[in-house]
Design a protein around this ligand. Sequence first.
Ligand code: PGA
Length: 255
Amino acid sequence: MRRPLIAANWKMHLGREEEALGLVRRIRHPLGKIEGVDVVLCPPFTVLALLAEVLGPSRIALGAQNMHWAEQGAHTGEVSPSMLAGLCQYVILGHSERRASGGSTEDDAAINRKVKAAFGGGLIPIVCVGESGEQREAGATDDVVRGQVSCALAELELDQARRCVLAYEPIWAIGSGRPATPAEANRIISLSVRGAVADGFGEEAAQAARVLYGGSVLPDNIETFTAMPEIDGALVGGASLGPEFVELVRRASLR
Ligand code: PGA
């Protein structure tokens, strides 16, 4: 049985100490009381160390929003797996807002290097995949998503593939107030996300990996997603920036 997971992607918000602390002080105790769901907060780098200290060993885990694959070197503006390893347990990789840069540190091959480096550094990657509106219109969703998953997980060990967290986030649904229907998200996750994991690592690994849905998830719709058999939780942007996030997590725990 896969344990539900709700990951908060703060993006470029709440990166000043007082803002981050303001929210975390409000949500940490109520979140700590909710059983049966893993919670990961992914704040900007600027407050990751602070929140690691404030939360200490707690039921609320932390994640970074990106990472380079190299251990150190001439990579201005980047952080490495070992720099994060003492601060957080997870790292979001390949978010569409980063892939959109088109840069060589955000293509499929780079994301694969980052996924391997994350496991090498003791972090669990949350790998984002998803098609654009145009790709969807063109009927290319399955091809795009399958391709992204198989590239991201290429050459992993079986145990790593099982422990990887994948997030299916159709680009057109992110921040648009127009989520995918739960049935459609469930279908793509089963066919294209778990399908690609099964092709590479076998059906058992495909059933073990946790797969989240992301894109306009709110307290009011989270249960419609977590009610789906293939959806193990959500990657939440806008609705993770305020105290309503507690209600979203509470509803996810009712699964
Ligand atoms: P959203 O963002 O919940 O604001 O749509 C989700 C994401 O980009 O991870």
